[in-house]
Design a protein around this ligand. Structure first.
Ligand SMILES: Cc1cc2nc3c(=O)[nH]c(=O)nc-3n(C[C@H](O)[C@H](O)[C@H](O)COP(=O)(O)OP(=O)(O)OC[C@H]3O[C@@H](n4cnc5c(N)ncnc54)[C@H](O)[C@@H]3O)c2cc1C
Length: 464
């Protein structure tokens, strides 16, 4: 049996783990990282990046199909496009390879040792890894658990055959003719919208009475409208029950009545859960917060020298949170004084239109008992949005009424994901409405709607 000792061992090379290892390497910490699959984790291989590649391909296809149908006012005409799913998937796979190879290169550049295989804890300082060449023992002063998350499976709709998770949906050989999506959270709707644009007849089944339950109704209304335009049937307050074994139709309980939904694929996207199995959590007996590994403001678990970061620590399960935690823990292990001091973690839904939420919504802000001022500026009054046929949606600011400190910024509209950086920066830097209103925003850009929302909250919007 081979043995390695190191100062820092990272288990899992997703965005949390690989960022932690790169930063530790930069700081001269002797670091080993173990990965069972590919570097990059869920995010680069089966999550953020592949889904955004499919969404982009679907957007481009739908744009051309729209023009071909003679519906575009832009004076462009063309004949009907066709779509080759396997070529699009191959293109997506090339992007994934470039990124995963890039991560390997970055780790190597910082002298991080990569061990391929499934890691299992023996105790809080020792991990054994089943590698292709035998068992590898790794002893470390500090260990970071970055094992990520896995899709939630429904007992009455187990994955297999026509029932798929987002992982299989991102690697299909052809666009399903009829797709049923169970769960109207962000993953289900991002993928459901993409497949609808590619020509699938999509039905979304959601047990709650609204789509995207984590976002407020004002933000989700334009997405609901677009789902209707794309011919996506959304069944709210309806529970999936299982597959009809004879016809493979999805059976749902629609307010007491069983309904059948024809589908050649049933995509189950009812959430993700911390991956706490298969790496020896039992050996460590760490404190938990529900299913997640409990951490403090330095990502320390209940065992000395053992940290946890990313999805395994629970919500919000987002790649940029995992990366920020990874960077912080690397610095702590290197001896720097760090603790979690972020004001917000922005969240984006890459639906059509996109939604961004940074900080508190109006209702959340009101719940703090502070007196609150909110204002929104619609893209229908924004010149750049008009020139892009993107007038649906708005930017909204939420601020304290007394000192105008910005508490939250949200937007819904085409391409608003790119505004999330300035929203995050404003809140992180403690901006007040006057700071945003007083910053020159280039013209013509959708970002001007942000400045105008702040001006409107101050009572003197210029373009509405
Ligand atoms: C379809 C989809 C779309 C998404 N889109 C977005 C998005 O747009 N933006 C966003 O912020 N987030 C998005 N996410 C979520 C994002 O992917 C996760 O939040 C992020 O990947 C979490 O990073 P992580 O490092 O905690 O874990 P992961 O990325 O899950 O990585 C964990 C790694 O650990 C490895 N591992 C696990 N156990 C072991 C073991 N015992 N030994 C060795 N290796 C092990 C796994 O193989 C994996 O590579 C999406 C997810 C999905 C599924």
């Amino acid at each position: 049996m081979k043995e390695i000792t190191c100062k820092l061992l990272v288990v899992g090379a997703g965005p949390g783990g690989y960022v932690c290892a790169i930063r530790a390497g930069q700081l001269g910490v002797d670091t080993v990282i173990v990965e069972a699959k590919k570097p990059g984790g869920t995010c680069l291989t089966i999550g953020c990046i592949p889904s955004k590649a499919l969404i982009h391909a679907a957007d481009e296809f739908e744009k051309v199909a729209h023009i071909a149908a003679g519906k575009s006012p832009l004076g462009i005409s063309t004949s009907a496009p066709s779509f080759d799913m396997s070529r699009a998937v191959a293109w997506k796979d090339r992007i994934v390879s470039r990124l995963t190879n890039g991560v390997s290169g970055l780790l190597k550049k910082q002298s991080v040792k990569m061990v391929h295989g499934q890691a299992k804890f023996r105790d809080g300082k020792t991990v054994e890894v089943e590698t292709e060449t035998g068992t590898q023992i790794i002893r470390a002063e500090n260990i970071v658990i970055a094992t990520g998350s896995v899709p939630v499976e429904l007992s009455f709709l187990p994955f297999g055959g026509p029932v798929i998770s987002s992982t299989e949906a991102l690697a299909l050989g052809a666009v399903p003719k009829q797709l049923a999506v169970v769960g109207a959270g962000y993953i289900g709707l991002e993928l459901g919208i993409a497949f609808a644009k590619l020509g699938a007849k999509v039905t979304v089944v959601e047990a709650e009475n609204r789509i995207l339950p984590l976002y407020d109704a004002e933000l989700t209304r334009p997405v609901a409208k677009r789902l209707g335009e794309l011919g996506v049937e959304v069944l709210l307050g309806v529970k999936a029950q299982g597959l009809d074994p004879k016809t493979d139709q999805l059976l749902v309980d629609a307010k007491g009545e069983t309904r059948r939904i024809a589908a050649d694929k049933v995509l189950v996207t009812v959430g993700r859960k911390p991956n706490v199995e298969g790496w020896g959590l039992e050996e460590l007996d760490l404190d938990r917060s529900g299913r997640a590994v409990r951490i403090d403001e330095q990502c320390r678990t209940s065992m000395r020298g053992v940290y946890a970061i990313g999805d395994v620590t629970g919500e919000p399960m987002l790649a940029h949170r995992a990366m920020a935690q990874g960077e912080m823990v690397a610095e702590i292990v290197a001896g720097k004084k760090r603790s979690w001091d972020k004001r917000i973690i922005p969240a984006i839904c890459f639906t059509d239109p996109e939604i961004v939420s940074a900080g508190l919504s109006p209702d959340e802000a009101k719940a703090t008992k502070a007196e609150v001022v909110t204002a929104q500026f619609p893209f229908s009054a924004n010149g750049r949005a008009m020139t892009m046929l993107a007038e649906e949606g708005f930017v909204r600011v939420v601020a304290r009424a007394d000192n105008h400190l910005v508490l939250g910024i949200q937007a819904v509209g085409r391409g608003v994901s790119e505004l999330s950086a300035s929203f995050g920066l404003a809140i992180e830097m403690g901006a007040r409405l006057e700071d945003i209103a007083g910053t020159i925003h280039s013209h013509p850009t959708q970002g001007e709607a942000f400045q105008e929302a702040a001006l409107r909250a101050l009572g003197h919007a210029l373009h509405i």
